[in-house]
Design a protein around this ligand. Structure first.
Ligand code: NGQ
Ligand code: ZN
Length: 460
């Protein structure tokens, strides 16, 4: 087994460095990041520039099997909510075996594209009729196994879902698989904790949204989580749609982010997923809370959410990362591209994510998303530095899109001018090579199991 790699170029938190020796221990933690060394004999040599592996901060694994299948007109004006109805119909049928097959293929795709860890915002808890499985963790176990078998790092976020709208309105029948009481949730977390520890997964909690969790319940669940693990990640969907903002205003007189900041101790352990619709005060206060903005640019585009004000968030020093969410696209390069392009289109400017300190857009995007993604994951995956996990992506310097370019331009070409994933040569997680020559070892078998599961799901 390898425990070292030599690279001509690697992207460190401080920028590009030359002639590096990366070394790690048996647990997959980096023990050495030396620069300016000559290639030692007997040490493997990277085929191109080395990037820190990207954390994916928001995933609903099961939705991968639905991606591409809702791109037709279903009513006079399709929107987020009509998509959600189709998604609910799909979610209602899923079996534990199907979920595991879908997640396994999804994680293979993530790894092949350069995501080395994933935050699973997991809300399918019960059987198709809404009754608890004999083992409450049945579906969660499938996700943990999929992570274990593919080698991707995981932050598991069981979702609290109790109401269909603000003010504690009762859940709808289509939401029956999601519903857990606080007590039940805390039992589930306690049950999952040892297994997560054993496979170096982090366990957190995801109140689904302010629509789905009434105030008292939110307070109580957060206290229960804190008793279990005071620094556990907390993720919540918030202000993704203007209808949610309006409903929150009607209910409380406050906008969702404003309400949350006033009623919960939002801090650096939090990830505010989407946070698309904030006013100027919310941008400022949410950024200053230390929470990560969980941006999901291709899903937000696909669902017609709106455009996050990225420069304003950055002006307040806000942390941010990217997630593939509904998995309409599974590629960090493509989500970063979408993020930058949405800003260019809205502002009629170029190179929006760059600034005076970091004029290279692709570098600003990759390092920014890495820092926030790692923070939201609650795992030691902050990039190529001693003590962090050896999670990295090697690009193929011989690829036509990259050949003979300096490393900055290789990364820029990977994001902006290639077919993105095609330039990934190999991917390593916790010091183990999981993707070789662009392929995961499970690529073929996982793809077959996925298509079979999808076929079954679409049949009945
Ligand atoms: C979800 N997805 O939980 O899968 C949500 C839709 C909702 C996104 N927000 C459901 N992208 O927000 O009610
Ligand atoms: Zn989501």
């Amino acid at each position: 087994m390898h425990t070292a790699l030599f690279a001509e170029h690697a992207l460190l938190p401080s920028g590009w460095a030359r002639d590096l020796l990366l070394q790690w221990d048996g647990a997959g933690r980096l023990t050495g990041v030396q620069t300016g060394v000559s290639a030692p004999a007997g040490v493997a040599r990277a085929r191109g520039p080395v990037l820190p592996g990207m954390p994916n901060l928001h995933s609903h694994a099961f939705q991968r099997a639905l991606s591409g299948l809702t791109e037709y007109r279903d009513q006079a004006q399709d929107n987020f909510w009509s998509w959600r109805s189709l998604m609910y119909r799909f979610a209602a049928r899923l079996s534990p075996e199907q979920l595991e097959a879908i997640a396994t293929w999804l994680y293979v795709q993530m790894l092949e594209a350069g995501y080395t860890s994933v935050c699973e915002f997991h809300y399918l808890h019960h059987d198709t009729d809404g009754r608890p499985y004999a083992d409450d963790a049945t579906l969660a176990q499938g996700l943990l196994r999929a992570a274990q078998n593919t080698g991707i790092g995981m932050t598991l976020l069981p979702v609290l879902y109790q109401s269909s709208g603000f003010g504690g309105t009762p859940p709808h029948a289509e939401q029956r698989r999601f519903i857990l009481s606080n007590e039940h949730m805390l039992r589930l977390l306690q049950q999952l904790q040892p297994q997560c520890l054993a496979q170096h997964a982090r366990l957190g909690l995801a109140p689904h949204s302010l629509r789905a969790v009434p105030p008292d319940s939110l307070r109580e669940a957060l206290a229960g989580l804190a008793a279990l693990d005071a620094s556990a990640p907390v993720h919540i969907h918030i202000a993704e749609q203007t209808a949610e903002v309006e409903a929150c205003l009607a209910w409380s007189g406050q906008r969702p982010v404003q309400w949350l900041l006033e009623h919960a101790e939002v801090n650096a352990h939090w990830c505010l997923v989407h946070a698309t619709h904030m006013d100027a005060g919310e941008y400022q206060q949410a950024a200053r809370s230390g929470a990560v903005a969980g941006l999901c640019p291709t899903t937000e585009a696909n669902l017609g959410d709106g455009i996050f004000d990225f420069p304003l968030w950055r002006a307040h020093g806000g942390a941010w990362g990217v997630g593939s969410d509904s998995h309409i696209c599974v590629d960090p390069a493509e989500d970063l591209l979408m993020l930058e392009y949405s800003q260019r289109l809205a502002r009629r400017q170029r190179n929006v994510a760059a600034d005076a300190n970091q004029p290279q857009v692709a570098e600003a995007l990759w390092l920014g998303a890495l820092a926030g993604g790692a923070q939201a994951s609650g795992r030691p995956i902050q990039g190529l530095a001693v003590g962090q996990q050896a999670d990295f992506v090697v690009l193929d310097a011989q690829h036509v899109a990259l050949q003979d370019l300096p490393p900055s331009q290789m990364l820029a070409s990977h994001l902006f001018a290639s077919s993105r994933s095609s330039t990934v040569a190999s991917v390593w997680c916790a010091g183990r090579q999981r993707v070789q020559a662009g392929r995961h070892a499970l690529h073929d078998s996982a793809a077959r199991a996925f298509t079979l599961a999808r076929q079954q799901l679409l049949k009945d």
